[in-house]
Design a protein. Structure first.
Length: 223
């Protein structure tokens, strides 16, 4: 009885995961199209963005600050408040841009569809992903996780090593997202490959060595 219950549960989980994956793939495709539209967008004729063009806007730094977070391993968020026209917005920038900026310093902005995509202050530039860019990363992550749920529901047996495989798949999410993002946008280079391989090391150690160690321990207990 329990075996049939397990089979039925697997079928339900598999069906839900596949349906979610189909929807998530379409969801990610929307963000990808927006990302491509931004990459191919021409420069605007004037200072104001109209349609899908990229505008060069002159702004001014009106405030700056560092937003901390608990924990020694947490990275501080360096932020500039930049005014352009009648609007102002807080932007997270790298340390070099933050240190080069001061209140009332001029700032050169690139804007697309009302979103700041880069800020240059004091000869330092921070490039920011448009909303579609960060959205694409999250949507790719959802697709990867749903794919994992479907694969485990369809093929992975109920054994202790399954936990290691699931943990390895989860740890592999950043690598999968970066690879998919760079491949889709045609920007995958040698540096990207090396960085992705480095990110994948913990996943390989957990997903491959974990089950082997579990089997070895089970064998030792058998003696």
């Amino acid at each position: 009885m329990s075996r049939w219950l397990t089979v039925c549960l697997r079928v339900v989980v598999l069906a839900v995961a596949v349906l979610g994956l189909v929807r998530a793939t379409s969801w990610a495709e929307e963000a990808y199209r927006d990302r491509v539209a931004y990459r191919e967008a021409p420069a605007c004729a004037g200072a104001h963005a109209e349609g899908d063009c990229v505008a060069q806007v002159r702004g001014e730094v009106v405030d700056k600050g560092i937003r901390g977070c608990p924990g020694e391993e947490c990275h501080e968020d360096h932020r500039l408040r930049v005014r352009h026209g009648e609007e102002s917005t807080w932007l997270s920038v790298d340390r070099e841009t933050f240190e080069a900026a001061h209140v009332h310093a001029p700032a050169d902005l690139r804007m697309w569809q009302g979103t700041v995509t880069s800020v240059a202050v004091g000869g330092r530039t921070t490039r920011l992903l448009p909303d579609s860019g960060s959205s694409l990363l999250w949507r790719l992550a959802v697709c990867w996780l749903l794919l994992g749920v479907a694969a485990f529901a369809a093929a992975v047996p109920r054994r202790p090593p399954a936990g290691f495989l699931a943990a390895g798949w989860l740890l592999l999410t950043p690598t999968a997202v970066i690879v998919a993002d760079t491949v889709l946008l045609g920007t995958l280079g040698v540096g990207d490959v090396l960085f992705d391989a480095l990110l994948a090391v913990p996943a390989v150690l957990v997903g491959v060595l974990g089950p082997r160690n579990a089997k070895a321990r089970a064998g030792n207990r058998g003696f």
